[in-house]
Design a binder for this molecule. Structure first.
Ligand SMILES: C[S@@+](CC[C@H](N)C(=O)[O-])C[C@H]1O[C@@H](n2cnc3c(N)ncnc32)[C@H](O)[C@@H]1O
Length: 467
């Protein structure tokens, strides 16, 4: 017999935890995590899971609304998981993000949270992204309003974002506030073209359907790239659609397509076919210009990226005579930004195409003291590499969310560079690595930076110095 689930009423929400869940405590003192609530709310929660040290639940109703609540600006707020914190004042979002970084530094890195500096907020809180990835699905996610009508609704297909927790269903997006409005024009026109021409939307359960994903990128100097990803190889329909895009979207200066017949969505191992225009778009940060290809990572918030890199250089405090390693360099973004401030800088990145872009960017910016290598940091950063480039005076590291591989931490401990500047998009794994490095390094300071307003994500830069 199914157990009756417990309801907790009057649950006071006191903060936000690591992955954006709201947190409160039950009368018995147990930590309770719930969705759809903000600090200052009092809610009734249905407990769905009981763990030894915490409970996990769902907000059933908000009994008392927090004074920090704000009115969501997006029509898709209730169904799209993208900007979950639209109902929370921006000043409180910043406060919570800073608290998350402090908590990781205290609990995981076992360091003094007073070393965490006040967060650097974003001047622009909407239309700040330079890259969006959309999915086509033959299964549209029904909104709560539609379900409440009680009527039988034919869901049909959708072009938008995956509904939270669903890999198959997609929320139909008609207006998104994250990227310049031209992205809305592109996405909505592509949808209309698809319907008018009876093109099939991808079925992620059966792996059938022509239209699969679409990536739209733009830069602060007005260049646009579109990568259309097809799930079936139907040359006639593909050519017709690409001709339509080239003719319709005059601002797009780089138009690609990919035929991805694999089960997973990643295009890193696929051929990108340039259909029209240049093979890259150009972004500008300060006096530097970056050519960005379709497979290269670039920080998705350009305005904040400049602040992030300026702070990284401030922490690095270079005099001009240093040898610097830039690990997880992407298309060499930080390395190129730092090149004029040091003697030599060497970047390592696993995506080969990003390293090809890094080389193009060297020539593009007439930089001669940077070198780049493609490969996994844990393999490339070996003794031969160190012998060739010399012992670094500084290591800049900017790994993906999983943080650094244990072997890389081990190599850094053996290298014993006087300073490490650790840039991270995940405070937990950053704190874990800081703790591992504490064998030889002391933590001097940490700078949280908000790159993603209205989401729980936070970037942080840590300065570590050899003991
Ligand atoms: C957070 S991005 C940082 C990129 C760059 N520092 C920047 O600011 O644009 C992390 C980069 O690490 C790369 N990467 C992930 N795992 C890697 C690995 N094991 N070895 C080398 N590069 C890796 C990704 O492809 C991505 O370009």
């Amino acid at each position: 017999m199914a157990r009756k689930k417990k309801l907790i009423s009057g649950l006071k929400i006191t903060g936000i935890a690591d992955r954006g869940k709201a947190v409160g405590r039950s009368e018995e003192g147990q930590v309770v995590f719930v969705d759809s609530a903000v600090p200052g709310d009092e809610v009734t929660a249905l407990i769905l899971r009981k763990k030894k040290s915490f409970l996990q639940g769902k907000t059933m109703s908000v009994e008392k609304k927090s004074i920090h609540r704000s009115i969501p600006f997006c029509n898709h707020f209730n169904s799209c998981g993208g900007c979950k914190w639209q109902n929370l004042d921006y000043s409180i979002q910043l406060q919570e993000k800073e608290a998350v970084v402090k908590s990781s530094i205290k609990k995981i890195a076992k360091e003094d949270p007073a070393k965490v500096l006040p967060i650097m907020g974003a001047g622009q809180t909407r239309y700040y992204r330079n890259k969006m990835e959309y999915s086509f699905s033959s299964m549209r996610w029904l909104t709560e309003t539609e379900i409440k009508t009680g009527e039988e609704i034919k869901a049909g297909s959708a072009l938008g974002f995956h509904a939270p927790g669903s890999f198959a269903k997609v929320v139909e997006i008609t207006a998104c506030h994250l990227q310049d409005d031209y992205a809305n024009t592109i996405r909505n026109s592509v949808r209309s073209y698809a319907h008018q021409n009876n093109l099939s939307f991808y079925n992620p359960l059966e792996h059938t359907g022509l239209l699969r994903n679409m990536i739209i990128r733009n830069t602060s100097i007005g260049e646009w790239m579109l990568v259309m990803i097809f799930g079936e190889d139907q040359p006639e329909d593909i050519q017709a659609m690409m001709h339509f895009m080239a003719a319709q979207f005059k601002k797009i200066s780089s138009l690609y397509y990919v035929v991805n017949l694999k089960k997973n969505d990643t295009i890193y191992d696929q051929d990108t076919i340039l259909f029209h225009g240049k093979d890259h778009i150009v972004e500008q940060l300060g006096s530097l210009k970056y050519k960005i290809g379709p497979k290269s990572f670039f920080q998705t918030n350009t305005f904040q990226a400049k602040k992030l890199y300026d702070k990284t250089l401030e922490f690095a405090n270079l005099s001009g005579s240093e040898i610097v390693y830039d690990l997880y360099t992407g298309l060499g973004s930080i390395a190129l930004y730092a090149a004029s401030k040091c003697k030599e800088i060497v970047g390592i990145e696993e995506v080969k195409e990003a390293i090809d872009d890094a080389h193009k960017n060297l020539a593009f910016n007439e930089i001669s003291n940077a070198q780049f290598y493609a490969g996994d940091v844990k393999d490339v950063l070996n003794e031969k590499f160190q012998a060739k480039h010399g012992k670094p005076d500084l290591v800049i590291t900017d790994p993906p969310r999983a943080g650094m591989h244990k072997q890389v931490v081990h190599t850094l401990l053996a290298l014993a560079a006087p300073k490490i500047v650790y840039v991270s998009c995940n405070p937990s794994t950053q704190a874990r690595d800081i703790e591992l490095l504490s064998e030889k390094y002391s933590l001097t300071k940490v700078q949280p930076v908000d790159m993603f307003p209205y989401t729980h994500h936070v970037e942080s830069i840590a300065l570590l110095e050899l003991k």
